[in-house]
Design a protein around this ligand. Structure first.
Ligand code: ZN
Length: 647
């Protein structure tokens, strides 16, 4: 299959498009590694029902009802109403419930309540999860009444966040009661507190608070037992370095004891020698308005040796970069150490990480474990890659790039150059430079993060076009750096405005930083014609005309930004950010939004997982694991619902 076809979105509905990711080199892995990935993947999928239930008490009931209709409805399937019904079901699959995965707002069906009753009446009642009349009573208000639990998580001030959030972490418990309850538990917890409340639902019954713990024999028993079953298989297959880690996680699931979870995290964070690694558990707490409860998720991944080697090279030469950076000697660090990051490829996504997924993960979350034992940070390369290849086919680049040559260079080098930019930003940029004695780290106040991001970006941009990069073998050709220059300038000058509402200024720190750099270079380079602005057929374009000149400007601005940070020059920071990073040229903004709208793109993406199929020998033992990329989104979701309905 051609690369282009593999990464073409499988489908688009509502504000979502569905992509695939590829597990490069899986076929060539040794059998034990394949089996380990297979078992960890089964564990990653087995907790799927937990996330539906956590996201809202009625989600599982709703999903099953809709899936029954989807498979047994006898009426007309080729109608606008039924298409709306399918879209609604797909949105539920995508969000693991009836709340938008990003905004947290409840989304409503694009068909009427009356039509839903018809769907129910003409579907097979024996397959429904409840008696139809009772079912309608429970789910109709949730589906159709916008007033009934409108938000998964409600952060509105001055009202009880627990009573108003649909998330299924608390029941009949007020915010004050829950805070009081956990404060008491934490009072005598000492220096190394367990993550209290992380793995339980807090309920008030007969005036008493009670925790239902998510563990084997507790709440979510059947799903957790299934996760444990596959973890045990994985433990048997795992290399010696990882057996105890997996074993400790199994003990945690079996007992619910949070001290074991801490112990597991400490073992997990220290183990960095093995290629296959995983996240599996109640992890992120941002779905709990109070920040105690962990949402269930899993990611299985394998090290990308080549990309990890790139960050190792950067880190090993960190001192060279510092010594040769264009900033004043007083602002340089005498000894600087780069950070070597692990770049991985995802093998399986589960729970809250699927179908929508992060592109980087930094864990564990416990503060004292991070302080005493460190944290593990990974970037998910094949996910970024899938986004990149999909974006090359959606018309965005052709619409906004200044020339065909620019399109070609970005198609050829864009991904490599962008990855290198990110690596240099993270591994070198943030760690470079020093404050002058007596300067407070918070001197730049509200401008701190924009200046800091600009500093790291400029460090990457400046050195990207430096001969050293080619000497180290990090880029094959200066054209790769040129591709990054063009893409960066284009985004900063105008295309990133597609994410800003018309009439609003730029708010987000990374966007402000890009606008600041691109516009400053545009203005400063005007006399030399470094970036040209022109209009063709009523459309605005920006073309980089002089790459050496732009490289030089990046160096000058880096020196100034470093000075601002090192001296804590608040006024200069304010002046730069307010002049170049905030305001939007109204007519250009309107034009960009108009051109973007015509492309008809979905702002959110998610993934179908690959399928792993064990091949058995005559004695029923696994002799190989095959990887397949054949399922459509609906096939995968229905397949999971049939195989993994444990709750
Ligand atoms: Zn940064």
């Amino acid at each position: 299959m051609k690369e282009d076809d593999f990464y073409k979105p499988l489908e688009q509905f509502a504000d979502i498009r569905i992509l695939r990711y590829r597990v490069e080199g899986f076929e060539e892995l040794p059998l034990p590694t394949k089996k380990l990935i297979y078992y960890l993947s089964r564990a990653a999928l087995s907790g799927r029902d937990i996330i539906y239930d956590q996201n809202g008490k009625f989600n599982l009931l709703i999903r099953r009802t809709l899936e029954t209709i989807y498979t047994t409805f006898r009426g007309k399937r080729d109608s606008d109403d039924f298409r709306e019904f399918k879209t609604y079901l797909k949105r539920i699959w995508f969000a693991n419930g009836v709340y938008h995965h990003y905004s947290n707002d409840k989304f409503l069906p694009g068909f009427s309540e009356q039509y839903f009753r018809k769907l129910m009446a003409e579907s097979s009642p024996s397959a429904l999860p409840e008696q139809p009349q009772k079912l309608l009573e429970i789910i109709l208000p949730v589906l159709f009444n916008p007033e009934v639990f409108p938000k998964k998580v409600d952060f509105t001030p001055d009202r009880d966040k627990l009573l108003h959030s649909a998330v299924n972490f608390y029941e009949k418990v007020t915010e004050t009661e829950a805070l009081e309850y956990y404060r008491t538990l934490l009072e005598h917890a000492g220096e190394r507190p367990a993550s209290v409340g992380l793995n339980s639902k807090l309920v008030k019954e007969d005036g008493q608070l009670k925790e239902y713990v998510w563990k084997a024999g507790g709440m979510y028993d059947k799903a957790i037992v299934e996760v444990m079953y596959w973890l045990k298989k994985a433990m048997e297959e795992a290399p010696p370095e990882q057996k105890e880690i997996i074993g400790t996680l199994i003990s945690f699931y079996s007992s619910g004891d949070l001290a074991l979870f801490d112990h597991y995290n400490i073992l997990w964070v220290k183990e960095t020698s093995q290629p296959v690694d995983f996240i599996n558990g109640f992890i992120e707490t941002y779905n709990d308005p109070l920040g105690f409860k962990g949402t269930w998720e899993s990611v299985v991944h394998i090290l990308d040796a080549e990309a990890t080697e790139r960050t190792r090279i950067l880190a090993a030469h960190a001192q060279w970069f510092e010594d040769h950076s264009p900033v004043d000697e007083r602002f340089k660090k005498e000894t600087v150490t780069g950070i070597s990051a692990r770049t991985v490829n995802v093998c399986m996504l589960g729970g809250d990480c699927h179908p929508a997924t992060p592109i980087g993960i930094n864990l564990p979350n416990s503060d004292w474990i991070r302080k005493e034992h460190g944290s593990k940070s990974v970037t998910l390369k094949n996910i970024t890659e899938a986004y990149h290849y999909a974006s090359l086919q959606d018309g965005f680049l052709e619409e906004f790039a200044a020339s065909e040559e620019e399109v070609d260079l970005i198609k050829k080098y864009g991904l490599l150059a962008d990855n290198l930019h990110t690596d240099m930003h993270e591994c070198l940029g943030h760690g470079s430079g020093q404050l002058l004695p007596g300067v407070r780290p918070d001197a730049l106040m509200q401008y701190h993060s924009v200046i800091e991001e600009a500093r790291a970006d400029l460090y990457a941009l400046y050195f990207m076009y430096h001969p050293k990069i080619f000497n180290l073998g990090l880029l094959p050709h200066p054209d790769a750096a040129r591709a990054e220059y063009m893409a960066y300038i284009r985004a900063g000058l105008f295309t990133q405005l597609v994410r800003v509402e018309y009439g609003k200024p730029i708010e987000e720190a990374h966007m402000r930083n890009r606008a600041l750099i691109a516009r400053w270079c545009f203005e400063q380079g005007k006399k030399k014609g470094i970036i040209r602005r022109y209009s063709k057929g009523g459309k605005t374009y920006f073309a980089v005309q002089n790459f050496d000149g732009l490289h030089e400007l990046f160096g000058i601005l880096l020196a100034e930004i470093q000075r601002i940070k090192s001296e804590g020059d608040f006024r200069a920071a304010q002046n730069l950010v307010e002049t170049y990073g905030v305001h939007v040229e109204r007519s250009l903004h309107a034009e960009v939004l108009e051109r973007y709208k015509k492309l008809n793109l979905a702002p959110y993406s998610g993934f179908v997982n690959p399928t792993y199929v064990p091949v058995l020998d005559e004695d029923g033992r696994i002799k190989d694991v095959r990887i397949l990329y054949k399922e459509s989104f609906a096939e995968q979701m229905m397949g999971y619902s049939q195989q993994l309905s444990f709750l």
